[in-house]
Ligand binder design. Structure first.
Ligand SMILES: *Cc1c(COP(=O)(O)O)cnc(C)c1O
Length: 411
């Protein structure tokens, strides 16, 4: 059995007749023409979910599947360590499709307090559909059963959590949920299918935003719902087709071109962030760093137990911690760019307000923090940039020329 890195490197191989090509061509079409009426597949609910034995197995209407979607879904399933995956137009759509397939009015879902804000906004909205939604703290383990009710159908995890990276005890939560017949859903985007094996830890449904590490370097938006169980696969695949969440074959082909370098990118970026953290962690003007590899991170011991490594996102709280200083700090970056999202080639800084959305638990990072995504640049340049921006924005800075003030705008 070859490693993930080898399988990924060859994941673009695509048979065309007797030969193969190393990158799949995009089958940009919605219409499939059949040689005669006898081989035209009858479209039934079952035909949407037929297990795919060959690349063309589900190729009868381009909206539902194309050779590109089938090949990409199969590769995502394989690197997640499961039997099947259903692609969606975004990570957000993967969450929506999962909830729509698995929750009915009157059901209860409990969601980790540290989910990314867009996930939270969606769950807030679900309350309008008669679904009961509440939040549990990220350090819940066996104690998750305290948050289960008679009507609990689903427990939603995101580990590590967004922005402050609390690592959840996924196996403990899954054990408790299995005993109660509660379906376990994990947003596994952080691990990029490389750092954590959801199905070996008891997860029923793994959700990924492929828009991040998998395919941000291609600039595409895509998501996946990854399943270990054929019955769950059938429900999700049907839901995605019925909701009209079709994905473009062109976009899938672009993702298939960058997927073979995923493992390389992650291993470069893992080393890069260790480099950056080592350079800045003793600075007096950084109050706190957030990254699962640091002993101060909530769930650090669980990360060591369950994960193979860490990605290249970290957050920091600086001192003094006010919005003027933060604005000056961020505006002083030269190499690091300012923006949302992550997983692409470019290092990015995103300011956030810790505890802004949380209701079940709070971090000690009060106030403004900064998340930094370390991209594919030289890590020395990224660390230099953080240091020079801290120096340039410090109120006591003597790096500034006399008479030259940092330009800050009031919020
Ligand atoms: C970005 C992100 C999402 C949403 O993904 P999109 O593809 O942007 O819709 C969901 N979960 C996590 C953890 C994310 O980082």
């Amino acid at each position: 059995m070859t490693t993930k890195q080898t399988r990924l490197a060859q994941s673009g191989l695509f048979p065309t007749g007797k030969v193969s090509v190393t990158n799949p061509p995009a089958f940009v079409t919605t219409t499939v023409v059949f040689p005669n009426a006898d081989v035209l597949p009858t479209v039934t609910r079952e035909s949407l979910v037929r297990s795919s034995g060959g690349l063309y197995e589900n190729f009868y209407y381009g909206g539902v599947d194309t050779p590109n979607t089938v090949a990409l879904a199969r590769m995502i399933a394989e690197i997640e360590g499961s039997s099947s995956a259903v692609l969606t137009p975004s990570g957000q759509a993967a969450i929506v499709a999962t909830a729509s397939a698995l929750l009915r009015p009157g059901d209860h879902v409990t969601v980790v307090d540290t989910v990314t804000y867009t996930t939270r906004w969606y769950f807030e909205r679900l309350r309008n559909s008669g679904i009961f939604v509440d939040y549990y703290p990220p350090d819940a383990n066996e104690s998750i059963s305290d948050y289960f009710r008679d009507n609990t159908r689903l427990v939603f995890m995101e580990s590590p959590g967004s922005f402050t990276f609390e690592v959840q005890d996924v196996p403990a939560i899954c054990r408790e949920a299995a005993g109660r017949g509660v379906t376990t859903v994990l947003d596994n985007t952080w691990s990029a299918s490389m750092l954590f094996d959801p199905f070996q830890h008891g997860v029923d449904v793994s959700i990924i935003s492929l828009t991040k590490y998998h395919a941000a370097v291609a600039g595409v938006s895509l998501g996946a719902v990854v399943l270990g169980d054929p019955e769950l696969h059938e429900r999700i695949k049907t839901e995605v087709a019925i909701l009209g969440m079709h994905v473009s074959p062109d976009v899938c082909a672009r993702a298939s071109v960058v997927l073979p370098t995923l493992s390389l990118r992650i291993s470069h970026q893992e080393k890069a962030i260790q480099n950056v953290l080592a350079r800045i962690q003793s600075r007096h003007d950084i109050k706190r760093l957030y990254h699962p590899s640091l002993g101060t991170c909530v769930g650090h011991a669980i990360w060591r137990r369950d994960f193979r490594g860490a990605n290249s996102l970290f957050s920091m709280q600086i001192e003094p911690n006010d919005s003027k200083r933060m604005r000056a700090f961020v505006n002083a970056f030269k190499t690091i760019k300012i923006g949302y999202g992550w997983g692409g080639p470019t290092s990015l800084a995103t300011a956030f307000q810790a505890n802004e959305w949380r209701t079940a638990s709070y971090t000690d990072a009060n106030g403004l923090c900064l998340r930094i995504y370390v991209g594919c640049e030289d890590p020395g340049d990224v660390a230099d940039d953080i240091e020079q921006a801290l120096d340039a924005s410090a109120p006591w800075s003597n790096h500034r020329q006399a008479g030259e003030d940092v330009v800050v705008r009031e919020q």
